[in-house]
Design a protein around this ligand. Structure first.
Ligand code: FAD
Ligand code: UDP
Length: 377
């Protein structure tokens, strides 16, 4: 492969790398090489049809597109239409099904009462006051000061233990910020104004984003295999793990990952919804996905079988880094790596793995668009 004269190299074809490549090609009209170590483009958003059922699913876990950001919404709609899917999650606790995130329906069913929204605060206050938490100092205290211990123990504690294999007392309260808590019947998982699933899957978005004469994509190519032969003048946009870029010189950043077990069930509809959480520690998986529900508009799905995917959480061994573990050790490490990165010339290290941040897709796209704006300044 001839790299001489290469002006832009993008490492990784997830949303960060693909947006940057698209911008360079269409706005700067410059040639750009995108290298991807996997055998497909799209990073963790990649989706495909299941061979046995024909049902479209997301290989690395269900991805719901949502955004409150008009710029991101306008941008992504250049590459796909969305199907109007609206994300709602349910959770199973002791064999009963409740709405998640905790809302008025969850509270009323759990306590077998019929509270009105304006009665919720006083009702939960009695529970919360029992705990005498002045200033919440960790995940558990934060959750209890929002909803009281019984709801926390039922819906949050077990799931969080399974997801992070850590006592919620030893976790930062920031993890909880992703989860709304509502005293009305709103059952939307997200606050975002816009949401949906790409009509033809995520794969097609990336194909379209990278389909310019200026862009060349090379799959199955690891940056570290060619690092030594990249010309000094080439500008590198790197969206792989930041610690790997620096040869782990300060130590490895830790991640949680997921393991998925796929099963075909002999029903048209197994669980009636796309994601069912399992709140109890006795159930080894955290949730079951049923991807057919992501595409209610499809009429060609089988009526005699359905695909379900059980999700298990575990510590990453380096092969599939998903969720950054934001404890003190990792926070100290990332600060050191970021400091190193600031001193580099001709390279941007970013994206979910480059920043060691849990970005949703719209955060990633927004970040890439802003970073491209800054490149031009
Ligand atoms: P990635 O998608 O991880 O892409 C990085 C790419 O770089 C990968 O393809 C990787 O193979 C490649 N790469 C790494 N190192 C090298 C190397 N050395 N050489 C060549 N290539 C390399 N967001 C939502 O908005 N909604 C959701 O419902 C949602 N669900 C999620 C569920 C899970 C389980 C996970 C893990 C994430 C979820 N996200 C969701 C977040 C979403 O996946 C990310 O925001 C998005 O993928 C980030 O894009 P990225 O380009 O930064 O990283
Ligand atoms: N969470 C929980 N119970 C649930 C769902 C989520 O306790 O039924 C907690 C858990 O700690 C999780 C966090 O809320 O890590 C964020 O949840 P989210 O659904 O945003 O996680 P993701 O979909 O990103 O895995």
């Amino acid at each position: 492969m001839g790299l001489s004269g290469l002006k832009y190299l993008v490492v990784g074809s997830g949303f960060f790398g693909s947006v940057m490549a698209e911008r360079i090609a269409t706005q700067l009209k410059e040639k750009v090489l995108v290298i991807e170590k996997r055998n497909h483009i799209g990073g963790n958003c990649y989706s495909l049809d299941d061979a046995e059922t024909g049902i479209h699913y997301h290989l690395y876990g269900t991805h719901i597109f949502h955004t409150p950001n008009p710029r991101v919404w306008e941008y992504i709609n250049r590459f796909t239409e969305f199907n109007g899917y609206f994300h709602q999650v349910l959770t199973t606790h002791k064999g009963r099904v409740f709405q998640m995130p905790v809302n008025l329906e969850t509270i009323n069913t759990f306590y077998n009462v019929s509270l009105k929204p304006f009665e919720v605060e006083a009702f939960l206050k009695k529970e919360i006051e029992k705990e005498n938490i002045k200033e919440p100092r960790n995940f558990e205290e934060k959750a209890i000061s929002m909803m009281g211990r019984p709801l926390y123990e039922a819906f949050i504690r077990g799931y969080t233990l399974k997801q992070w294999q850590k006592d919620p007392k030893d976790m930062p309260e920031s993890v909880l910020k992703r989860l709304p808590f509502r005293s009305n019947y709103n059952e939307s998982y997200y606050f975002s104004r816009w949401q949906g699933i790409p009509l033809h899957g995520y794969g097609k978005i990336f194909e379209k984003m990278l389909d310019y004469d200026e862009i060349e994509v090379k799959l199955n190519l690891d940056f570290f295999k060619i690092r030594d032969i990249i010309p000094k003048e080439t500008k590198i946009i790197y969206s792989g793990p930041i610690d790997q870029y620096f040869d782990y010189k300060y130590g490895k950043l830790e991640y949680r990952t997921l393991r998925f077990e796929r099963e075909v069930q002999p029903y048209e509809d197994y669980q009636g919804t796309s994601v069912m959480n399992y709140a109890d520690v006795e159930v080894p998986f955290t949730r079951i996905h049923e991807p057919r529900h992501l595409h209610p508009e499809r009429t060609d799905y089988p009526t005699d079988k359905t695909l379900i995917i059980k999700e298990f959480s575990l510590l990453d061994d380096g092969s599939n880094p998903y969720y950054p573990i934001n404890d003190e050790r990792n926070q100290n490490l990332i600060l050191k790596y970021r400091e190193e990165a600031r001193n580099l010339k001709n390279i941007v290290i970013s994206g979910r793995l480059g920043e060691y941040k849990y970005y949703d897709m719209h955060d990633t796209i927004n970040h890439a668009l802003e970073m491209f704006d800054n490149l031009q300044k």
